[in-house]
Design a protein. Structure first.
Length: 138
């Protein structure tokens, strides 16, 4: 099992993902959804399970995502984790603003869906452009 301890160049990652999409004949959002599922439900459970145990729901976990990203990348030199801002539309609908120059919003969508799956919650995740995601909690 590989545990990432250094940054991987975004362009290299995107080349690999785009090649994977071509070979499998799937879209980038489909690949990002699978990535999010695997990361939350398999890979991160091996190294960062404590972050999941500290939250009782997808909502609670996602509201900590900004601080979790900072904590998870403290040991990575030159890490540029995305930052998040939160805005409630109503008591069940959260808008998460994705603040990153990396342009990986599709991966944020997939990772958010994976969080819902981890907590066995049927959350609805919708991309609202290149910098926002709407999450509707049950």
């Amino acid at each position: 099992m590989i545990h990432l301890t250094t940054n991987v160049d975004d362009q290299i990652v995107l080349k690999v993902v785009n090649s994977l999409c071509d070979v499998l004949k799937i879209s980038l959002p489909q690949a990002a959804d699978e990535f999010g599922d695997y990361m939350n439900n398999v890979y991160l459970q091996k190294f960062y399970k404590i972050f999941y145990k500290k939250a009782n729901s997808a909502k609670e976990f996602l509201l900590k995502m900004d601080s979790v990203h900072v904590a998870m990348t403290n040991d990575l030199p030159d890490a540029k984790p995305p930052r998040f801002e939160y805005e409630w539309k109503n008591d069940k609908t959260l808008i998460m603003k994705y603040k990153s120059s990396r342009g990986l919003i599709d991966f944020m969508v997939g990772l958010t869906k994976g969080v819902g799956k981890f907590y066995k919650e049927n959350i609805k995740v919708t991309k609202l452009g290149n910098d926002k995601v709407e999450i509707v909690f049950p």
